[in-house]
Design a protein around this ligand. Structure first.
Ligand SMILES: [Zn+2]
Length: 101
């Protein structure tokens, strides 16, 4: 059994939403490498969120319609979390990445 405990609050994380998607990014966050299914967990005290329980690959970067598949999932109300290649440090940097697309 895998348990996840919030270090700050010392209580176990609880399921917030099962069956979310995680888009693993590459190429300075400009392309999706893999799409995974996973669960969103929340600390019941402080509200800290984590992604855990990666269960299966939903898609790979070499599949022709990956970007289209993500758009469809968003339209259907799916929760998609991005696992970035590196974190954005400023809003300006994020803007530059979006404009390069
Ligand atoms: Zn907590």
């Amino acid at each position: 059994m895998i348990k996840r405990v919030c270090v700050k609050c010392q209580v176990e994380f609880k399921p917030e939403k099962n069956g979310i998607y995680v888009a693993e990014m590459m190429m300075k966050n400009t392309k999706v490498y893999k799409l995974w299914t996973a669960d969103l967990l929340k600390c019941p005290v402080c509200g800290f969120l984590i992604v855990a329980s990666f269960s299966q690959k939903a898609a790979e970067h070499f599949e022709m319609d990956l970007e289209e598949k993500i758009k469809e999932l968003i339209e259907k109300g799916a929760t998609i979390i991005y696992d970035k290649e590196y974190p954005y440090t400023t809003a300006l940097e994020l803007n530059n990445v979006i404009q390069e697309r």
